[in-house]
Write a protein that binds this ligand. Structure first.
Ligand code: HEM
Length: 464
């Protein structure tokens, strides 16, 4: 008997009253606290009410906070057809990314995912590796010019580096410079999306408030510059070693259709956005964790020096950097760039672990908490890369660790990010000694990607 039959079975209908526990009151009233301190707020909630908590937002609209691997598996893998990203999320995201992969659903999403997937296959990454390596090397050359012992904000440096990598890998143009118009327009537009997602009573976008006008101007600039790049590439189809070349050439197997300029525009903006902030945040926290765990840093440096022996971290060498990879996996477990996946709304009544889930319920699949669940992780707050030794991984359920999501919407850039991440860690650790500036204020900015609010200051010294 399927779960669906079970829910419509009259004998089990009384289960419909078996709703997950909820704290008293409407979630809307808790918004200020959630915005200020989401991690503390949700930790308390999970502690008091268990792994699945029901939070009524408004009468008729309920939010579920889900923090068990089985919840993730149910929604993402067993019954993905029963859930989709809700409009209240897709619409603000679509203001900047249009109908790109991250902000679309249904047939449009499926078609684009099929068209774009080949560009992210492992074999395509070999070519992009050279682009990434050049970017890291030019950053290291800049650092080498600084007097030894200079303090830098490594979080800001990682943002600059990953934006440069993603823009060069995508369309062979560097937009990482502060003064770059495309980069500026993107930053303004994303700030505005955050504002709309977190301000339920924001005035409609057509009202000419200074904020709305500022956004509209930024989005116009963004579209114009990216469209110019796309159109000039159509006019001069000399193959280049970047993702845009592959996207321009991509054709649907059945219809033999490619993407229009507008569709490409949405996907390019989506990839710039999804492809740099996440990686930059993850790298910044990794340097922080390494700085606070000198024994792990020493093991990593040891591996990098042994495997690379003074040479570049080439594509072929990366799989040998196994400890470095475990550091990265553990860092993404403790400090993932987000609390949870994009929200999912139930398209029909459902049942999860004996609880009734009414149609329209909104889920936050909270991977931040799933990857700290004490049933699956010993001493969850402890930074221990050896949790990712193969024999330990084999003992955990697959859905206990989801930094890249799972199921049909799993991160398309996962291999790209893992290659970039490993290479950046190795290249920097090989050439520089990194040490945290003492007594600095380290805090999580709870917006979107949980980046470090005041940056992370480190002292860099060249290795002899
Ligand atoms: C450490 C780095 C990264 C992390 C942790 C990460 C995480 C994620 C997660 C969790 C999702 C799934 C969201 C959901 O189901 O709600 C996702 C989707 C996505 N990611 Fe990443 N990502 C990273 C890097 C990248 C990079 C480098 C790119 C592109 C160059 C990228 C492009 C995308 C896109 C386009 C989607 C939407 C996929 C779809 O819905 O079909 N990401 N990412």
């Amino acid at each position: 008997m399927s779960d669906h039959q079970a829910v419509s079975d009259p004998a089990l209908q009384k289960q419909q009253r078996n709703l997950p526990p909820n704290p008293p009151g409407l979630l809307l009233l808790q918004f200020p606290e959630i915005q200020r301190q989401p991690i503390a707020y949700f930790s308390r909630l999970l502690h008091e009410y268990g792994d699945l908590v029901r939070l009524p937002i408004l009468p008729g609209l309920t939010f579920f906070f889900a923090a068990h691997p089985d919840h993730a598996e149910h929604i993402l893998s067993i019954h993905p057809d029963r859930y989709r990203k809700p409009d209240f999320f897709l619409k603000p995201m679509g203001l900047v990314q249009g109908q790109g992969l991250f902000s679309s659903e249904g047939e449009q999403w499926r078609k684009h995912r099929r068209l774009m997937q080949p560009a992210f296959h492992q074999k395509q990454l070999v070519d992009l590796h050279a682009v990434m390596l050049n970017c890291v090397q030019s950053l290291l050359a800049e650092w080498a010019e600084k007097p030894d012992g200079t303090a830098i904000d490594i979080a800001a440096e990682m943002t600059r580096l990953t934006l440069k990598i993603v823009s060069l890998a995508l369309f062979s143009v560097d937009i990482s410079d502060e003064s770059n118009r495309l980069g500026q327009a993107l930053r303004t537009a994303l700030e505005y999306v955050y504002y709309r997602l977190t301000t339920p009573l924001a005035l409609p976008i057509w009202i000419p408030t200074p904020q709305n006008l500022n956004f509209r101007q930024a989005k116009q600039n963004l579209d114009r510059i990216v469209l110019e790049i796309i159109q000039s590439r159509r006019q001069d189809p000399t193959p280049r070693c970047d993702l845009l070349s592959m996207l321009l050439a991509a054709q649907d197997e059945e219809t033999v259709e490619g993407m229009s300029d507008r569709q490409l525009l949405d996907e390019v903006i989506t990839l710039i956005n999804a492809g740099h902030e996440t990686t930059a945040t993850a790298l910044a926290w990794t340097w922080y964790l390494l700085g606070t765990h000198p024994n792990v840093m020493a093991n990593l440096v040891d591996e990098v020096q042994t495997v690379l022996n003074g040479n570049d971290p080439t594509f072929e060498k990366l799989p040998q950097l196994q400890y470095t990879r475990r550091v990265l996996d553990e860092s993404l477990r403790l400090c993932p760039p987000g609390l949870g996946l994009a929200p999912r709304a139930a398209l029909e009544d459902d049942e999860i672990q004996g609880y009734f889930i009414p149609k329209g319920s909104i889920f936050n699949i909270a991977f931040y908490f799933i990857s700290r669940h004490p049933d699956f992780w010993n001493n969850p707050e402890q930074f221990d890369p050896d949790r990712f030794l193969p024999e330990q991984v084999a003992q955990r359920p697959k859905f206990a660790y989801l930094p890249f999501g799972a199921g049909q919407h799993v991160c398309i850039g996962r291999n790209f990010a893992l290659m970039e991440f490993t290479m950046i860690l190795a290249a920097i650790a090989q050439r520089f000694h990194i040490e945290l500036v003492p007594n600095q204020s380290i805090e999580i900015d709870p917006r979107f990607t949980l980046r470090p609010k005041y940056g992370i200051k480190v002292i860099v010294r060249k290795r002899q």
